[in-house]
Design a protein around this ligand. Structure first.
Ligand code: HEC
Length: 246
């Protein structure tokens, strides 16, 4: 598993109160999660079971979004919040906290999101309910479509929050002499390009594969250099090993 993936969602880890993003790099299985919040990244990188693998979201038509909104308000908002930022009243006491799904579902592959909603936290020991016996397959896709649509409206707000958290982390690392300002700048540049790429990337597959491909494509397109990507990865390791990641 590539280590730099973790940084892409580092600020979301912060939102989930993650302490130690390094633990997920060792390829933990679901049974080894031990309730650690770093499990969030693990759950993003989990192998989608065969019965869900390769499922793709149907084209959103007709009443899908309206239906999705109703399903969301009834079943999800209490934990994931009115706007999908994980801040619903029933979610406040949960550990791990409800994900900022308006944001994370933009980046996660269709089959992974569908699997996560269908089976919930059952395979992972989290409080996320399983919806497969409550909602039909179509209803699950409708609510996913709604969450993603909501997320597009929220992106500015979420991005600003993330950028501020990332800035704070980099400033910290520079002030403590762990990295140079130059390295911080390269890191920020590659991270931004990677995130932009991932937000419009529709390829299937697990997040690590998609991110590796994204970085390769960015180098190929000349958006960033291989040297910058290498620097990005080494800064990532420094930040992660040095405990700078939120
Ligand atoms: C009882 C509170 C609760 C309710 C209700 C709930 N969730 Fe969750 N959900 C969670 C928690 C906690 C997590 C984080 C732990 C996990 O990933 O298993 C989560 C995670 C998720 C994830 C994984 C996102 C990620 O980034 O890993 C998705 C997708 C999701 N929920 C969608 C939904 C949808 C759609 C509904 C409504 C149909 C819903 N949830 C209802 C608590 C809830």
């Amino acid at each position: 598993m590539k280590k730099y993936l973790i940084i892409l969602l580092a600020s979301l880890l912060a939102a989930c109160g993650a302490q130690d993003s390094t633990t997920i790099m060792g390829g933990e299985g679901p049974g080894m999660m031990g309730g650690g919040n770093s499990g969030m990244m693990m759950r993003h990188h989990v192998q989608v079971p065969a019965e869900y693998a390769g499922k793709t979201a149907p084209v959103v038509t007709g009443d899908a979004l309206a239906d999705g909104a109703e399903i969301y308000t009834t079943n999800c908002a209490t934990c994931h919040g009115e706007t999908g930022l994980g801040d619903g009243p029933a979610g406040a006491a949960l550990d791990p906290a409800p994900a900022q799904i308006a944001h994370t579902t933009q980046m996660l592959a269709d089959d992974l999101v569908f699997y996560r909603v269908s089976e919930g936290g059952t395979p992972f020991g989290t409080a996320m309910p399983a919806w497969k016996d409550v909602l039909t397959e179509q209803q699950i896709w409708d609510v996913i479509a709604y969450v993603r649509a909501m997320g597009q409206g929220n992106m500015t707000q979420v991005n600003q929050m993330q950028a501020a958290q990332q800035d704070a982390m980099l400033t910290d690392a520079v002030n403590q002499g762990a990295i140079t300002q130059e390295q911080a700048d390269v890191f920020r540049l590659v991270h931004t390009e990677l995130e932009n790429y991932m937000l419009t990337d529709t390829s299937q597959g697990n997040t690590s594969e998609r991110e590796s491909a994204a970085l390769a494509a960015l180098v190929e397109a000349g958006t960033v250099t291989q040297q910058q990507v290498d620097e990005f990865q080494s800064v990532h390791d420094i930040l992660s090993n040095g405990g700078f990641m939120p």
